[in-house]
Design a protein around this ligand. Structure first.
Ligand code: BG6
Ligand code: MG
Length: 220
């Protein structure tokens, strides 16, 4: 019986995956490193420093620890500029409706985002109050595809992973959900999110997700 929905943020609830890409692209261009949307698929769901390492793989140059920290901070500056003007309008279609419908059914809501900017984004979107638990990305030791962030979410909701449905737009995130032992809903392209239990193009069709929670209520 599913009692909770554990959401990824960037690319699921808000169109911020686009901003992360554009901010990395700007940095990569400045460094003269090739970067495109295909390479970006690997970065989705992955933490800031790890993402930078993936971009720098394409450079013949070696960077010191300090240089890398400076570059990561620079990207974060670009990203922060992009999210500054976000409002409730920037919720992806269906996301707000889904969360409200789930809450109406008594389903617990948690956020499992690797982004340290997640609390600011939730605030800008005006939905932070709807979450029963938001995982603090800074306290997660092993990033997605490790299941840690999803396990922490379930634990803090007081539920077993098998009672949770996870939602993700990244391959790393889907793998993390499956390794945690949750039901995985992929948001995006089924060719990319192969390991998901079901894949939806976006949340416009959120009734498909509500069905996961409704069918079981009838069978009690
Ligand atoms: C994830 C994004 O949610 O958060 C990644 O999918 C991003 O693209 C990661 O790198 C870390 O985000 P931040 O805001 O802490 O740099
Ligand atoms: Mg994401």
């Amino acid at each position: 019986v599913y009692k909770a929905a554990v959401f990824d943020l960037d690319g699921v609830i808000a169109d911020t995956a686009r901003f992360h890409y554009l901010a990395w692209k700007k940095l990569a261009d400045e460094l003269g490193i090739y970067f495109d949307e295909k390479i970006n698929e690997r970065l989705k769901g992955v933490g800031r420093m790890e993402s930078l390492e993936m971009i720098l793989e394409k450079s013949p140059r070696k960077f010191t620890r300090e240089e890398k920290e400076h570059l990561a901070e620079k990207k974060n500056g670009y990203y922060k500029d992009m999210i500054e003007k976000m409002t409730q309008e920037d919720l992806l279609p269906g996301a707000g409706e889904l969360i409200l419908a789930l809450k109406g059914r008594g389903v617990k809501i948690a956020l499992a985002s690797a982004s340290r900017n997640a609390p600011i984004v939730l605030k800008r979107l005006g939905i932070e109050e709807l979450f029963d638990y938001v995982v603090d990305a800074a306290r997660i030791k092993r990033g997605k595809p490790d299941p840690e962030i999803f396990l922490v979410a379930a634990e803090n909701l007081g539920l077993k992973p098998g009672e949770c449905v996870g939602m993700e737009d990244s391959t790393a995130g889907i793998e993390a959900i499956k390794r945690a032992g949750m039901f995985a809903v992929g948001i995006g392209d089924p060719q990319i999110l192969k390991k998901a239990d079901i894949v939806l193009k976006d949340l416009k069709n959120f009734r498909e997700i509500l069905r996961l929670f409704d069918n079981q209520v009838e069978s009690i």
